[in-house]
Design a binder for this molecule. Structure first.
Ligand code: HEC
Ligand code: HEC
Ligand code: HEC
Length: 465
């Protein structure tokens, strides 16, 4: 066979495979909801839907900050290009007002819109596919009782041929494992509930699991550490780098309060997650903590022992409370290693980060920090350059921004010092460049005002009646 014929047969084979995948996964357009069809949803179902929408963080992706809730249009940068979220208010023309319950369920379960087009997995339906019909019903009831907003979608910015949606048939065949998990009878009810929430609606793995070259989460490394909006979402499985190993209690406390004395505050996209989980009852938070703790497994004897020592040294058993201010004297603790970053650290950071100064100004002692033990220093760079502004209208951690005070080389020295002093990990590489690229926006990091906490209000845009 000559080269040309080989090429042609290969091409034909690809087309055939593509067509086969498309045929297997082909989805019809579903009928529109009749214009005069009144759907009555009991208030308790709508209220449960509100809670579920908060767990799923729908508002975060489907709302441009400062604009109408759920009206879509937010640009989501992905390694493949920019995808815009859609309008999921019940407007008939530009939103999902003409969608039947079945069409909504199919979008959540299979990632297909009402007309039968495949949706990009930037909409985390690889996780939402686990949601039960009952919960989809409540979510639908909640969304369909919001205020309709007329807002046209924005075109995506994807390189050829990724704008061609039928290609997603292949992606779905390879990576979408459809439907809820069967109950694991060997485990208790709480564990099953926790898995249901974590692996489904809460889509923790969308940020915390690494992705392969085609943008699909790598199930073999579930919760093994990923990325979200330029932030590192640390490993929360057996690879966790937290100096004090997490356990069910500390996870539950952190998810409930967005903070733990031995682990620090949740920042960036995680602040939004813990803010939204505020609507969830304690049993559900506990269940998620139980499940995540089981995924982490028992720490090695060595890690456990080190954790116990750190707990003894830094833990207060919950007695550390937020105070308006206090001063800490760290002058007697000079170490004098001669490292170029040491003087910077001592003058700019130690006053707040050593010596148990309480919040709002007291920062985590870096001996306890997952950030200094992470393979990538991005979160420290981000927090140090841009600071932690206080959350709206409540007592919260505050840290000043150092972007105007510390140059790239100084930051690099400071980071190298912190890595050497507080972590057993190998030195981070090429720090000055990473700092510069974070500063000038070459590396896109989403830093929201007010601590990033965009709590879902209890009754966003509900129709008045
Ligand atoms: C991580 C971001 C993200 C989150 C969280 C998210 N979505 Fe989306 N959603 C998207 C994007 C992006 C699209 C558009 C995908 C496309 O165009 O292929 C989308 C599309 C949809 C669609 C299809 C709408 C249409 O007109 O085609 C529905 C329905 C939907 N989302 C519902 C939800 C619900 C309900 C939740 C919460 C449980 C949610 N989304 C959470 C990003 C998100
Ligand atoms: C939108 C992305 C996103 C989602 C969804 C998300 N996380 Fe996170 N998470 C992050 C980021 C980013 C960090 C690091 C934040 C920081 O530095 O404070 C983080 C940090 C954490 C930490 C602290 C780890 C450590 O060692 O310090 C825990 C625990 C955690 N997340 C658990 C969860 C759980 C459980 C869920 C699901 C309920 C979840 N996360 C959902 C982005 C996310
Ligand atoms: C005015 C007090 C203050 C100063 C000065 C300060 N911080 Fe912070 N920092 C905080 C507070 C408060 C937090 C949030 C509390 C927490 O995470 O426990 C924080 C959190 C952090 C975190 C996230 C915690 C972690 O490791 O997971 C990093 C990284 C950090 N600061 C770096 C720095 C560096 C580097 C400096 C010096 C250049 C500095 N901070 C100076 C108050 C301060």
């Amino acid at each position: 066979m000559n080269a040309r014929r080989l090429l042609l047969s290969l091409l034909a084979l690809c087309l055939l495979l593509g067509a086969a995948a498309y045929a297997v996964a082909w989805q019809p357009s579903l009928a529109v909801l009749a214009e005069n069809e009144q759907q009555d949803f009991p208030p308790d179902v709508v209220a449960r839907g509100a809670q579920l929408a908060a767990v799923g963080n729908c508002i975060a992706c489907h709302t441009v900050p400062g604009e109408r809730a759920f009206a879509g249009g937010l640009a989501l940068p992905t390694p493949f290009g920019t995808i815009h979220s859609t309008n999921i208010t019940p407007d008939r023309e530009t939103g999902i007002g003409a969608w039947t319950q079945e069409a909504f369920r199919r979008a959540m379960r299979q990632g297909v819109d009402r007309e039968g087009n495949y949706l990009y997995p930037a909409f985390p339906y690889d996780h939402y596919t686990r949601v039960t019909d009952e919960d989809n019903h409540a979510l639908y009831a909640f969304l369909m009782t919001r205020q309709p907003v007329r807002a046209e979608g924005k075109p995506n910015d994807l390189p050829f041929p990724l704008g061609f949606r039928p290609l997603l048939a292949g992606w779905k065949l390879l990576f979408l494992e459809e439907g809820p998990h069967p109950v694991d009878e060997a485990r208790g009810e709480a564990w099953n509930r926790g898995r249901y929430l974590v692996e489904g609606l809460a889509h923790c793995g969308a940020c915390h699991t690494p992705r392969n070259a085609l943008g699909a989460v790598d199930r073999s490394r579930n919760l093994g550490g990923g990325e979200a909006e330029g932030w590192q979402a640390y490993a929360i499985n057996a690879d966790s780098q937290a100096p004090v190993p997490w356990d069910e209690d500390s996870l539950a406390f952190y998810l409930r309060n967005g903070w733990h004395e031995l682990h620090g505050v949740s920042r960036g996209p995680m602040a939004e997650v813990t803010g939204n989980l505020g609507l969830l009852p304690d049993e559900d938070i506990r269940a998620m903590a139980a499940y995540v703790a089981s995924v982490m497994g028992e720490p090695s004897a060595e890690r456990r022992e080190r954790g116990e020592r750190l707990k003894e040294r830094f833990g207060t058993g919950g007695r550390l409370v937020q105070a308006s201010d206090s001063q800490t004297d760290v002058s007697g603790q000079a170490r004098g290693t001669g490292h170029p970053g040491e003087a910077l650290y001592r003058s700019a950071c130690a006053n707040c980060h050593e010596g148990g100064r309480p919040q709002p100004y007291g920062g985590l002692d870096f001996t306890l920090s997952t950030a200094v033990n992470a393979p990538d220093p991005q979160n420290i760079i981000t927090v140090t350059l841009f600071g932690l502004p206080p959350a709206d209208g409540e007592a919260s951690a505050i840290m000043p921004a150092f972007a105007n005070t510390l140059g790239d080389a100084q930051m690099a020295d400071l980071l190298a010092y912190m890595r050497e002093r507080f972590s057993g990990g190998p030195p981070w590489q090429d720090l000055a460049r990473q700092v510069r690229e974070t500063r000038d926006g070459t590396r896109h990091v989403a830093v929201r005002p007010a601590d990033g906490i965009e709590r879902a209000p209890r009754n966003v845009g509900a129709k008045e009646d």
